[in-house]
Structure formats: C-alpha cells, structure tokens
Design a protein around this ligand. Structure first.
Ligand code: SF4
Length: 474
C-alpha cells in the first residue's frame, strides 16, 4: 500500500448512560496501519462539548466514523454527523456497529451519513479508508453500503467473518483509560476476546449479524495482551465483553492457566451459557476461580421450558440449576437475566419465570436476577413474527432514537401484568438480598409477599423509591 501522506481518521462514540470502553472503535481503529493513519477516538460521554471536540479534528480528517447502537445513541450520532457535514460538506461520514449492521440502507436516509458498515468492521473500514485516500469508488467493497455521487444506494455483498487473530493488537493508548476508571468508579478494564456467537436465540440480533459464527483470539494472545495491559494500566478487574466467553472449554482453560502462571493480581468477569456451565468440568471452574473469576452472566430468559424451546435458547432448565450449584460451590457470583412479555406469552409462562427467579434468589444473595420486558429488536425471528402479526417497528431514525429497550414493554403486555412484574422485581431483590439489621424486617415481609405472590399496596416500594430514586437508564 502506498499513500502520499498519513491520513487522520476520526472515530466517535455517541453519548450513553454506561461507561464501557468503546471496544468496537478500539478494534477498528487499532487495525488501521499506524504508518498510514493517525486515529483519533472521541467519546461523547467524556466530553463537555462533544460537537466542539469532533469539529476540532474534522478539518484535516479523511473521514469520520461513528459507532451506532439502536436507541438514544442514534440521536447523538445524527447530531454529530450533521455538525461535521455542516463544517465540511465533503467529509465522508461512516456509521458502523449494531444499528447500521441491521439497517444498512435505511441509515443512509439520513443525508449526513454516506456509508454504513455491516458486522465485523476491521477489514471493511481498512478497505474503505484506503479507497477514500485513493479517491476510488466503494463499488465492490464487501461489508458496506453507500450512497453514490448520483444519490443511489449501493449495497455491497457481505464480508466473510475473518479470523480475528490476524488483526493488530488493540491499542489502548487510543483511549484515556484512567478517565474510564474514574467514571466507572473502579479500576476496571474492558476487553473483548472473541466476536459472534454460534447459537440461535430467536430474540437476539447476533445470529442475524454474525450468521452464527464465532471467532476468538488464541489463548496465548489473550494472556499476553491482558498481562501487557495490566503492566501498563494496573487495573483490578477485567470485564470480558464477549457474547459468550465460555464458548470453547479448552480455550477458557488455556487462558486461565496462563493467567495463573503469570500471577496476574486481578479479578475478572465474563459471559457463560447454562449448557456451557453444565458441561464445564468442576476442575476447570476451580481454576477459573483461582485465576480471579468473580462473576458470570448466564442468560436464562424464561422459567418455562416450553417458552425456552420456543425462543430457541437450546438450554434445559435443569442446566441453569446445575450451573448455579457449581458457581455456588466455587464462590462465583452470577447474574441470571430473564425476559418476560414475549408476544402471546401466557400468564402461566410468566409465573414460571417468577418461580424460577425465586428459586435462584433463595440459593444465594450473590445471584442476581434482572428481569427485562421483551422489546422486538430487529433482526430476530420473534420480531419478524410480531411484525407479520401487525406490530409496527419504528420506521425512521428519529423513531429508532426513541426506541427504549429497558423502560417499557411490548403492546401485548397488559398494564396489570407490567405492574405485577415490576413489583415482583422489587420484592424479589429485597427478599433475598444480603441482610443488614435495618433491612431484616422488610426482608421477612418481602419473602412472605414473594412466597404468596402478594404485591398489592407496595408501601415498602414507594418508601424505597422516595428515599433512593432509581437511576434513569436512558
Ligand atoms: S442471546 Fe447470547 S447465546 Fe443467544 S444468540 Fe444471542 S449472543 Fe448467542
């Protein structure tokens, strides 16, 4: 590759209410050859004036890339794209991430967006910036969709998922790591060791975007990178952001053996499926714990086996309890997320989930059971069915910007059902939480309520909300 000079690539992460490091931008930015490109990552969550921060860099930039999640981040992405275009009409604006992976062409209805990238972005962005630098067309550039000079939308074929071991090491010097520690309130480094997922859960967009493929770093690479990052950034905790970290048992085993051999003084947390937990030998879990494993997330989704089968979770309920018992034995905390309010879900099915939550909560105060209402996320078979049955997905980017995953339910959930689940969440959390002297009487009452499913007159909940208003998530 020969380029006449080094080009500046500006990457922007939109504002959001959590402070996970922007690992997608880090991955694509790190893979651009530093000889030819100067990469600047700007995080809207860290800037007092994100627009000014971006505009300070666009005059001499080759392009602006923005990572876009569905929901509120779209609004900020549009704001930044428009501001950049107003400053430099000729600046190519590229959107990548989940939303443009699902809505490749639709995102280009926004006039300030020129190109969208679908799925794995490292190689695609590399080819886009090379073609932009050479003033070449994007015709045939796999994995991207773009608007031609004549205003036509061109959808290129998808790019095959590449083995991520061929990509450059993530360059954390592109991020102000200490700022993230401050905002998180702990020295916790986010890291991702794999991409994609082999499974087919019918509510999830991952199978649509990654076609049920999974690619992971070699164990030695993970250990060497984590070790080098610890030497440099001295974090206490490593938060693995993989979709399913425990995908290959032998790989997990090799990684933790390296962590132990290197005596890394850290804790870590990752994602596990219940079937993976079931198959995982006790000895391997013991070594995970020894290497610092403090917490796993195991998506249960439903307490009804029929519902689990319908959402193609490919997990047996008993595997959830086998995994729970194993984690309990090894002193590993677990978050078990649930989803209720699927279209056509029966009262019995919702009740089955609440009953499984109670069983899990009784096992340990270190088992958390967040409950979410199903919202039809695009790209999943359940959503397609809901749309066939008349559900109207948002049509414009503005409508998608108002799409709230967490704070609401689908229209098929009755207000009574919504209220019952919301109250149950409060009481189940309180009932089996770590006890404190002042909490104990309230916990007894909450246990009584949960055991009998009595959630009327929730005075404790009203008092709690008044004393400790819940944080807004979006
Ligand atoms: S929910 Fe998790 S396990 Fe299921 S397809 Fe999505 S990423 Fe994979």
């Amino acid at each position: 590759m020969s380029l006449s000079h080094r080009h500046k690539i500006v990457l922007y992460n939109p504002q959001a209410v959590f402070f996970t490091m922007p690992l997608g931008l880090l991955a694509v930015g790190s893979d651009l050859d530093p000889v030819h490109y100067e990469v600047v990552i700007i995080d809207g969550r860290l800037e007092a004036d994100p627009v000014a921060a971006v505009l300070a860099h666009v005059d001499d930039a080759l392009c602006l890339g923005i990572s876009v999640l569905t929901g509120a981040p779209i609004r900020d992405a549009i704001r930044i794209s428009r501001a950049a275009k107003a400053r430099r009409a000729d600046l190519p604006v590229i959107w990548g991430g989940w939303h443009p992976s699902l809505f490749a062409a639709e995102c280009l209805a926004e006039a300030s967006v020129d190109i969208t990238v679908q799925a794995q972005g490292e190689e695609t962005l590399g080819e886009i910036v090379l073609r932009l630098a050479r003033r070449e067309s994007l015709d045939g550039c796999l994995g991207c969709t773009y608007r031609t000079a004549a205003g036509e939308i061109c959808v290129n074929p998808p790019r095959p998922l590449r083995n991520i071991n061929t990509f450059r090491t993530h360059n954390y010097a592109l991020l102000p790591v200490e700022r993230y520690y401050q905002l998180k309130g702990k020295r916790q480094l986010d890291y991702i060791s794999s991409q994609g997922c082999n499974f087919r859960c019918a509510f999830c967009a991952d199978p649509f975007v990654y076609k049920r493929k999974w690619v992971g770093f070699e164990p030695l690479r993970v250990a060497e990178e984590v070790d080098a990052l610890w030497q440099r950034y001295r974090f206490d905790d490593l938060s693995l952001q993989d979709e399913t970290f425990f995908t290959r048992t032998e790989r997990v085993e090799a990684i933790v053996e390296e962590f132990i051999r290197r005596r890394l003084p850290i804790t870590w947390a990752g994602t596990m499926r219940a079937d993976q937990g079931d198959r995982l030998p006790d000895a391997v879990l013991a070594r995970c714990k020894q290497s610092g494993l403090r917490r796993v997330i195991i998506g249960v989704e439903s307490g009804s086996q029929a519902m689990m089968d319908w959402i193609r979770k490919d997990i047996q309920l008993e595997q959830v309890f086998i995994s729970a018992e194993k984690c309990l034995r090894h002193g590993i905390r677990v978050i078990f997320p649930f989803i209720v309010g699927f279209p056509n879900e029966t009262d019995e099915s919702v009740q089955a989930s609440l009953d499984v939550i109670k069983r899990l909560r009784r096992l340990s105060p270190d088992f958390e059971t967040p409950v979410f209402f199903f919202k039809p996320y695009p790209g999943s078979p359940i959503t397609e069915e809901a749309v066939r049955n008349g559900y109207q997905l948002p049509r414009t980017l503005d409508e998608w910007a108002n799409f709230d995953f967490i704070g609401s339910a689908g229209p098929w959930v009755t207000p009574q059902r919504y209220q019952q689940v919301e109250r149950f969440k409060f009481y189940a959390q309180l009932a089996w939480d770590h006890p404190t002297p002042w909490k104990r009487p309230f916990q007894k009452l909450a246990q009584w309520r949960c055991q009998r499913d009595v959630y009327a007159l929730p005075l404790e909940q009203v008092l709690s909300r008044w004393l400790w208003p819940p944080e807004r998530l979006s």
